[in-house]
Design a protein around this ligand. Structure first.
Ligand code: 5AD
Length: 338
């Protein structure tokens, strides 16, 4: 196992069977996390990039079995923020010092690409990077958004097990999701993807394939989080994903994709009060605090008890572990020959 970790740490390559070996053996977890932390430090340094997350609509045409804002959940109040409100929140976040605005929503087609483009070009005037997380759209729509100034896009593959994917996402199509990711790459977006850990029926083989998929896509960002069952979804009676397993998938991702951006996900923090810091010490280098206005934030409940971030408290905690809040926009600094 020590040899395997060394190989991953210095060559950033592992066979599927080797990934499986690491995922199935918990006696070397600490070494794994330490190796990921060292690779993180070597390739992306001690800066932590903070991305301001604006959840601008919780309307969603999708019906993902795990997600609290799925279309069939009639227990939540739906909202949409308009252009002025989104701009107001973005300006506030920029005033706070954020260098990236993440615009996230359910798959809400009332936000046509042209309207989103108007919002994007306004936010760009604030001299920040823009990340979109709005789900599946056509190549042409992604192109309009890119040309308006969007820099990055987040779209988790969720799982690379096609049958599990189809089961979890009624009316969705695994091939289309992949098509979106490759289109985004082609259009020059910094492309983020990721997976859920703890989906019913998911195996460590699937998780190994997920990691290899990230490498295959040459993803620029990877978000990994444990599943947290939401009471108003078909998965309400399932147990939550395993924190340690999610952390291991994240650490392995850092070892294999050493120069990418990896967030300490909110779902990790939600499961473990120290989750964010632990993740930052096991390969992560990004935090995405929610800056959506208080009055609507609680309505964007993809899973229950989603924790928030206090900016000052976070900077203090980062200092304590020898990390700094980045002053830059935090693009991927892609290294060659890895
Ligand atoms: N638990 C954890 N993560 C979830 N997501 C959606 N629902 C849940 C849940 N119940 C994640 C998905 C999605 C991201 C925005 O939130 O992976 O891509």
């Amino acid at each position: 196992m020590k040899e395997l970790l060394k190989k991953a740490k210095f060559f950033h390559l592992l066979e599927r069977s080797e990934i499986l070996e690491i995922l199935s053996d918990s006696s070397f977890n600490e070494e794994l996390f330490k190796s990921a932390d060292e690779v993180r430090k070597k390739y992306v340094g001690d800066d932590v990039h903070l991305r301001a997350l604006i959840e601008f609509s919780n309307y969603c045409r999708c019906n993902c079995k795990y997600c609290g804002i799925r279309s069939e959940n009639s227990h939540i109040e739906r909202y949409r923020l308009n252009k002025d409100k989104i701009l107001e929140i973005a300006k506030g976040a920029v005033g706070f010092g954020y260098k990236t605005i993440v615009m996230q929503s359910g798959e809400d087609l009332t936000f046509r690409a042209e309207y989103l483009a108007e919002i994007i070009s306004e936010i760009k005037k604030l001299n920040v990077a823009i990340t979109l997380s709005i789900g599946e759209r056509s190549y042409e729509e992604y192109k309009i958004l890119k040309e308006a100034g969007a820099d990055r896009f987040l779209l988790r593959i969720e799982t690379t097990d096609k049958d599990l994917y189809q089961n979890m996402h009624p009316n969705a199509d695994y091939e289309n999701r992949k098509r979106c990711l490759y289109d985004l790459k082609k259009l020059g977006y910094e492309t983020g993807t990721g997976c859920l850990v703890g989906l019913p029926g998911q195996t460590i083989e699937t998780l190994a394939d997920d990691i290899l998929f990230f490498k295959d896509l040459d993803a620029d960002m990877i978000g990994i989080g444990p599943l947290i069952p939401h009471p108003q979804t078909p998965l309400k009676d399932f147990t939550h994903g395993n924190f340690m397993l999610a952390l291991k998938v994240m650490a392995l991702t850092r070892l294999l994709l050493p120069d990418i951006n990896i967030p300490a996900t909110t779902a990790m923090e939600t499961l473990n009060p120290k989750g964010r810091i632990i993740a930052l010490q096991s390969g992560a280098n990004v935090v995405m605090p929610n800056v959506t206005a208080e009055d609507v934030r609680s309505k964007y409940e993809i899973y229950p008890n989603k924790v928030g971030v206090n900016y000052d408290e976070l900077s203090e905690n980062l200092k304590k572990i020898g990390r700094t809040v980045s002053k830059g926009m935090g693009f991927r600094n892609k290294r060659r020959n890895i």
